[in-house]
Design a protein around this ligand. Structure first.
Ligand SMILES: CC(C)(COP(=O)(O)OP(=O)(O)OC[C@H]1O[C@@H](n2cnc3c(N)ncnc32)[C@H](O)[C@@H]1OP(=O)(O)O)[C@@H](O)C(=O)NCCC(=O)NCCS
Length: 155
């Protein structure tokens, strides 16, 4: 694996929530981002010095006028619950509002117990549960969709 993507994969693996197939997809996306500056994906990072604390990967949702997906939001398990994901989400919101006057942010996550922190996080930050597909990822593992609407403020 190329050194430039190692630090992201290391954090994602250490959270313990992602399946190996998901980590493989993350590797592909990171390679694409590093290779192609005009990639569909945008990578946002939070660091202290040279240490990566967390990252988000977002992209415009194809075939929509102003929807964006948060594909990945991952914080180093050594510094959970210190507001790092909250700051990454602020970065995400600023970034998407630079591109669009109004935005629908969408996140697809899982109903598994290991994603309870993520579900709580989105609810705490103004997302609403907008849909659920039972047994989508696997038996007993449903797809849960969260969305949040944003508008540019000119004040
Ligand atoms: C979800 C995740 C990104 C949150 O990162 P974080 O930096 O710890 O989050 P913040 O400190 O900004 O926000 C904390 C809020 O998230 C929720 N939360 C975080 N950890 C939680 C936990 N263990 N149990 C319950 N709620 C939790 C709470 O709403 C919490 O607010 P509170 O501390 O006031 O109760 C992090 O737990 C993570 O990387 N998880 C693994 C990857 C993942 O699930 N990503 C999302 C995929 S869609």
């Amino acid at each position: 694996m190329k050194a430039e993507i190692l630090k992201y994969i290391d954090i994602a693996e250490r959270t313990g929530v992602f399946r190996s197939a998901e980590i493989d997809v993350l590797k592909e996306i990171l390679r694409e981002i590093k290779k192609n500056p005009k990639s569909h994906y945008t990578l946002l990072e939070r660091e202290v010095g040279r240490d990566l604390l967390g990252f988000a990967i977002i992209g415009r949702t194809p075939m929509t006028e102003f929807a964006w997906d948060i594909y990945w939001l991952v914080v180093d398990p050594g510094c959970h619950r210190r507001g790092i994901a909250g700051r990454l989400l602020e970065d995400v919101e600023s970034q998407v509002l630079r591109a669009c006057d109004k935005v629908v942010l969408r996140v697809e996550t899982s109903s598994r117990a290991s994603y309870l922190p993520a579900r709580n996080f989105y609810l705490k930050h103004g997302f609403v549960e907008s849909g659920c597909i039972n047994d989508f990822y696997a038996d007993g593992d449903s797809l849960v969709i969260f969305t949040k609407r944003l508008e540019k403020s000119y004040s």
